[in-house]
Design a protein around this ligand. Structure first.
Ligand code: NSS
Length: 432
């Protein structure tokens, strides 16, 4: 009889004695004399396999007794209803082939600490929880791409090696580029600004690098950055884009991931991404903080502590706009009605999570940009091509960057952005 190889998920809907074949890994094993229970996992779930003397072949029983956790196996048997089995179905095993044995005892066991898990991330990736996070991540980015495509944005791919800072020199990673000093990109913004003159609306999904020295739950040295830039757009247009993108992508990812959310143990209320998102000015944010007993000096950027306290007062993401010039990079457009502040907007996730998006309107006037570069003590020579963009048909334009791991941290309720990455990179972690 020809038996079709199935996924675990499909076996659950098949119970009733059908002959099935599965390819999976042994997650757990319980020995009860002449009966061995194996929990066999594949990418779609876990199912109990009962290997019983008399039902299973002799070699199947021997293999079940000796096989180690995380060995790769091929199981052939009948899917039968059994109310005692998790999920109500088990496989009555006939044949058990060991495809790849576990050469040593699998090191990940219940009770090992977070550090141990990160040191063994290459093995921990097999856990259903990590897989669930990666699936939600993929769905989120898929939804983001669909949103951009439906709204006329063109995906572009920008270089990683760069010659001048976008977001300040303090977090630049230096690399030796054939004897010249180069850096890893912190943001593809400047390249996107160049691209809008041909394409008008562009987006990119690629890694950014920052030599973040402090150890926090929100900072990686390599993170995935969703960035977009639009010609002929001001601050309000930009906020509409961010609002549309974030609400659509999160709703789609949540609606298509019910099982993953169950695995992770997270409930996410979709009303918390229902547009519109509130907009408050930086000055109002300072007042709100003051009312909570936190005083922040005008001009300082909101730090992690301030954002935590501020966002605890919100149930939905909200924009903080009009940051002071001194809190933002040189390219931000000063507000024509109040030169102390910029036409900038960050999107903050509620309930203590904090900033997930940073963006705003760019200076499009050549002289104004040159003046801001000089004011910041930067060398205009290093920004020559960027300044060039303001010489030929410059137009008002805006853009933003969204941190993929930050967004996932909030949506999935993760303690740290590290859990949102396959292999996180931080100051302290470059391995595995
Ligand atoms: O520094 S940002 O606020 N803005 C920019 O880089 C702009 N040049 C983007 C643009 O307008 N095209 O970073 C944007 C977002 C920020 O809100 C975070 O969500 C994320 O990028 N971000 C990070 N995530 C994880 N780790 C680190 N270190 C990090 N830095 C920024």
């Amino acid at each position: 009889m020809v038996v079709k190889t199935l996924f675990v998920r499909d076996v659950f809907s098949l119970a009733g004695g059908s002959r099935v074949e599965l390819l999976g890994w042994v997650r757990n094993k319980r020995l009860h004399g002449k009966l061995v229970f194996l929990d066999v996992r594949d990418s779609t779930g876990v199912i109990q396999v009962a290997v019983k003397v008399g039902v299973a072949s002799g070699s199947a029983y021997e293999n079940a007794v000796r096989v180690g956790r995380e060995a790769a196996v091929r199981v052939v048997g009948e899917a039968v209803k059994d109310p005692r089995a998790p999920g109500g179905v088990e496989i009555a095993c006939r044949e058990l082939e060991v495809i790849g044995d576990a050469l040593e005892e699998f090191p990940i066991k219940p009770g090992v600490g977070a550090r141990f898990l990160h040191d063994h991330r290459h093995l921990h990736l097999r856990s259903p929880k990590v897989s669930a996070v990666m699936r939600v991540r993929a769905k989120l980015l898929d939804a983001a791409r669909r949103w951009f495509e439906e709204h006329g944005f063109v995906e572009i791919h920008c270089p990683t090696f760069i010659t001048a800072a976008v977001e300040g020199g303090a977090t630049l990673f230096k690399v030796d580029y054939f004897g010249r000093e180069a850096y890893l990109t912190q943001s593809v913004q400047f390249y996107q600004e160049a691209a809008i003159y041909g394409l008008e609306k562009v987006y990119s999904i690629q890694p950014s690098f920052r030599a973040e020295k402090s150890k926090t739950r929100r900072h990686l040295t390599e993170f995935w950055h969703v960035e977009a830039e639009l010609a002929h757009a001001g601050l309000e247009d930009l906020m509409k884009v961010v609002e549309g993108l974030v609400s659509f992508s999160v709703r789609e990812a949540v609606e298509r991931s019910a099982e993953e959310f169950r695995t992770i143990g997270r409930t996410f209320n979709l009303s918390s991404v229902e547009p519109p998102f509130e907009r408050i000015k930086y000055a109002e944010a300072l007042e709100l903080l003051e009312s909570r007993g936190v005083s922040l000096e005008w001009g300082s950027d909101l730090g992690a502590d301030e954002e935590r306290i501020l966002t605890q007062q919100f149930e939905k993401p909200f924009f903080v706009t009009h940051y002071p010039r001194e809190a933002k990079a040189f390219y931000h457009m000063p507000d024509p009605h109040d030169g102390r502040v910029t036409l900038s907007a960050d999107l903050l996730a509620p309930q203590g999570y904090g900033e997930i998006v940073g963006g705003g309107q760019r200076i499009h006037d050549y002289n104004q940009l040159l003046e801001r570069i000089r004011e910041e003590g930067l060398n205009p020579e290093e920004y020559k091509w960027y300044l060039d963009l303001r010489k030929y048909g410059s137009v008002p334009h805006s853009g933003f960057g969204l941190g993929v791991e930050r967004l996932l941290q909030w949506v999935l309720g993760l303690r740290s952005v590290r859990s949102a990455c396959l292999f996180p990179r931080t100051r302290a972690r470059l391995y595995p």
